[in-house]
Structure formats: structure tokens, C-alpha cells
Design a protein. Structure first.
Length: 267
């Protein structure tokens, strides 16, 4: 795999901080004082693990010295993977790519074992699929720990029973609901997100961001997918580039992956 047009440095920058830091075990301690004075947080949560879009998303986030939040289907790259819907017909990345992107400072989190809607099956079957997904990640993704993972529900669909069980399996989980959450804090298990599709998500995302910034504080988690027409509810690469350029200029705002946001939360 060739070099990106952007330097493959392993850093994260919090929007408005104006400082870069190497991704290392001490990164979260370094980030804590930086995000302490932030009132607004945004997580753009890119699902499904499309190879082409994920590479481009990572490059754009790197251009702005940010870490992307990419959630992938464990078996999406395998030859016998059964495509669950019409929005996932394009090529998925594999764990060679996911390990590379993680090493570059991006967050790679689980989005199911086979992208199944867990509200349509018995509870035990849903639990088994989650367990298989977490086991797969433990074997394939460098440094993966379930206790520091965000499990991103396929179709943003969950049940109260599954959520109760899942709360003991991972650090937190993401499902459907209001896009604006309380600011990141310790013990925050259930994360809800908004989304729009199947057409362009750009206008809807702008409205959600405007709504966040009008509030005294909050954490917008927005579920998107691919770029340039790939996946359900895509946005263009140019839009993402311009959006991040505008958002990083807002002093009160931090743009963080979901896991990083929780791991850097002080209280």
C-alpha cells in the first residue's frame, strides 16, 4: 500500500487546541487538560468500513490533524461475507488496513460481526454475535481491549435487554436516538446518534451541528458512512474537508472519536 499524499504521522489534535501530540500511552493524559475547557464535542462516526472511503476519510482528518472514528464489520472483508443490504455492495477494508489506520492515530471500533439487526433475533443469538465480533477484534486488531471499546450497533438498532448485557461487555455502545448527548463523562454507557439517508447527509448534518452550537454544552454523535456516493447517507470529500476546516476554528469545540472522548473524560 503506497504512501498517502499526507504525512503518515501518528498524531491527534483537538480542535482549537493548536497543538499536536504523538499517539502513545500517555496521549489521554495529555488530552485531558486540553479538552477540559471545551463545551461542545462532535464525533463523526463513519460506519461499515468501506475501503475507498475509509482511506480518503483518514487522509482528510489527517490534513486537519484530527483522528477519524471508523467502525467496521468484523467479517466484511471475507470472501463469503453476505452483503446485508444494497448500501454495502462496495469493497470493505481488511485488518491489515485497520491496523495501519490505527497506527496512524485513527480509532477503529466494532460495528458487528456480520452487520445483523439484533432487534430481529432472539436475545441469546444477538449476544453470541456480539461476543464473536469482540473475539474477532481481539485477535485481529492490535491492542484491542473490549473494556475500552465502543460497540456501534448495526442499523443503530438495539433492545433494552441487549443494552443491559452489553454495558458489562464494553466501555460503551452506540445506538439510535437523539444526536446530542451529555458531554463525555465517566460511566457513560449508552451513546445515541442521529443520521440521515439514503441521500446526501450534508444539509442534515449542518442542521445538527447548528443545533449543538446553540446549546450551552453537548456532544453531537453523528452516524455517517462513506464519501462521494459510497454507502447510505454519504457526503462528499470536499464537504468533509471544508466542514473540518470550519469546525477546527471554533475554540469551544473538540472533534474526537467516541472512544477517545470517553477515555479523556475527567468525571
Amino acid at each position: 500500500m503506497g504512501m498517502s499524499k499526507y504525512d503518515r504521522r501518528r498524531w491527534i489534535r483537538v480542535a482549537g487546541a493548536g497543538t499536536a501530540a504523538l499517539v502513545a500511552p500517555g496521549i489521554f493524559k495529555w488530552l485531558q487538560p486540553v479538552v477540559a475547557d471545551k463545551k461542545h464535542f462532535i464525533t463523526l462516526s463513519f460506519d461499515d468500513g468501506f475501503k475507498k472511503s475509509s482511506l480518503l476519510t483518514a487522509e482528510i482528518f489527517e490534513k486537519h490533524k484530527l483522528s477519524a472514528c471508523i467502525n467496521v464489520v468484523a467479517t466484511g472483508h471475507e470472501k463469503d461475507f453476505k452483503i446485508p443490504d444494497e448500501w454495502q455492495v462496495t469493497e470493505k477494508g481488511d485488518f491489515v488496513l485497520w491496523n495501519e489506520l490505527k497506527a496512524r492515530g485513527h480509532e477503529i471500533m466494532p460495528h458487528g460481526y456480520k452487520h445483523a439487526n439484533k432487534t430481529t433475533m432472539p436475545l441469546q443469538e444477538a449476544k453470541d454475535l456480539v461476543t464473536r465480533c469482540l473475539d474477532y477484534f481481539s485477535k485481529q486488531l492490535d491492542g484491542f481491549k473490549s473494556g475500552e471499546a465502543i460497540f456501534n450497533m448495526p442499523y443503530n438498532a438495539s433492545t433494552p435487554e441487549l443494552e443491559t448485557w452489553l454495558s458489562d461487555q464494553v466501555m460503551a455502545f452506540r445506538t439510535g436516538g437523539p444526536g446530542i448527548n451529555l458531554v463525555p463523562h465517566k460511566g457513560q454507557k449508552k451513546l445515541t446518534c442521529s443520521a440521515f439517508g439514503p441521500g446526501s447527509t450534508e444539509k442534515h448534518l449542518e442542521k445538527e451541528i447548528d443545533a449543538l452550537l446553540k446549546q450551552p454544552s453537548g456532544w453531537l454523535i453523528y452516524n455517517t458512512h462513506g464519501l462521494n456516493g459510497e454507502g447510505w447517507g454519504p457526503m462528499s470529500a470536499d464537504f468533509l474537508d471544508r466542514l473540518l476546516a470550519r469546525l477546527t476554528a471554533i475554540d469551544s469545540l473538540a472533534i474526537l472519536p467516541a472512544g477517545t472522548a470517553l477515555l479523556t473524560a475527567k468525571e
